[in-house]
Design a protein. Structure first.
Length: 349
């Protein structure tokens, strides 16, 4: 059994390290930094964040790309992975903090920390990580096939075999459970998600796929396999590139927010450059650049950054940010393993 577990971890490590590469700066690199980050929009990430940072500070940046939960698992099981800073979804950052995987953040070393909001600074203390963008969940749909106005419309019998929803293990899987709880009229934290799971069971006939990669949705819309999907706003532009007729809706009743965060690993030997990287991530110049739909489409957390109407579209910004609700990830993470079992029992039977 131990052999199987070790082999599985080796495969995870191999899969991730296969993505590791070096971003050489034209300047003579005097130090090194390994950044573990998301596997989406890797070209834009290299072009607009990693390469400019490497050039500006003379740092040789190595990268590791992959989904948030898989990279967290690798770090958890290999504390000497060589990764210095890791970018994770908020729920994974909470887990990393609870498992003591990160160095304690010294905010005095982050000049741009002052531009975070009060609630974002509170998140730093909760997760020992620094938020660098906020995103939220909404509904993307084909208006030629269906009409969607609210979260409750997802349960319409007219949508039988026409919906894709995020798997419970993904960034917005817990948000889907919160949406189901609202539909049932009972909050997730009030009854251990019992009403929410009943609503998920009622939704199942409409669900074609519970996805783990939002990139899967592009072809599913194109082939007509789905007409509706629940999706994080960071994926909207990617889906629209191949399916320009789809529309994105954040219902008036609200949405659920997630912060992507950056943390310094406990065993990092390059803390000075790690703090430079975090500060660079929060800089107004960097935040405005990656807010563009042609870049990472990241909503800013730096409160000094103001977006144009074009750049603000389909982001957790302005009026959408005001109606974005929080998820109690401490509660979610303490129940998640049992919830995954319940979710799979419903969706896989």
């Amino acid at each position: 059994m131990k052999l199987k577990k070790s082999f599985a971890l080796l495969l995870i490590s191999a899969a991730l390290t296969g993505f590791v590469g070096s971003l050489a700066s034209k300047a003579d690199a005097s130090s090194n930094l390994t950044v573990s980050t998301f596997g989406m929009s890797t070209k834009q990430m290299q072009r607009d964040i990693l390469n400019p940072f490497a050039k500006a500070f003379g740092v040789n940046v190595k990268t590791q790309f992959g989904d948030s939960s898989t990279r967290l698992t690798q770090i958890e099981h290999n504390s000497n992975s060589g990764v210095d800073v890791v970018e994770l979804a908020q729920n994974n950052a909470m887990t990393g903090k609870q498992k003591n995987l990160f160095k304690k953040i010294d905010t005095s070393k982050i000049k741009n920390y002052k531009y975070l909001s009060t609630s974002q600074k509170k998140l730093v203390k909760q997760t020992n990580s620094v938020p660098y963008t906020i995103n939220s969940v909404g509904i993307i749909y084909n208006p030629k096939k269906v009409k969607i106005n609210s979260w409750n419309d997802l349960w319409s019998k007219k949508l039988k075999n026409k919906i894709a929803i995020p798997d419970i293990t993904t960034t917005f899987g817990p948000a889907m459970l919160y949406v189901a709880g609202n539909h049932a009229g009972e909050s997730v934290t009030s009854d251990n998600a019992n009403a929410a799971f009943k609503a998920i069971k009622e939704l199942k006939p409409n669900v074609v796929k519970t996805y783990t990669q939002s990139s899967d949705l592009t072809n599913m819309f194109k082939t007509g396999e789905i007409d509706v999907a629940v999706v994080g706003d960071y994926s909207v532009e990617m889906i629209k590139e191949s399916n320009p007729n789809v529309k994105y809706l954040v219902p008036k009743s609200g949405t659920y927010a997630n912060y992507d965060t950056v943390s310094i690993l406990k065993n990092s030997k390059n803390s000075a450059d790690a703090y430079k990287y975090i500060n660079y991530r929060l800089s107004a110049q960097s935040q405005k650049k990656v807010a563009s739909p042609k870049s990472l489409n990241n909503a800013p957390v730096n409160t000094s950054v103001k977006l144009s109407v074009k750049d603000a579209k389909n982001k957790t910004y302005g009026s959408i940010a005001k109606r974005a609700k929080t998820i109690d990830f401490a509660y979610v993470n303490s129940h998640l393993s049992k919830w995954v079992t319940r979710w799979n029992k419903i969706m896989n039977n």
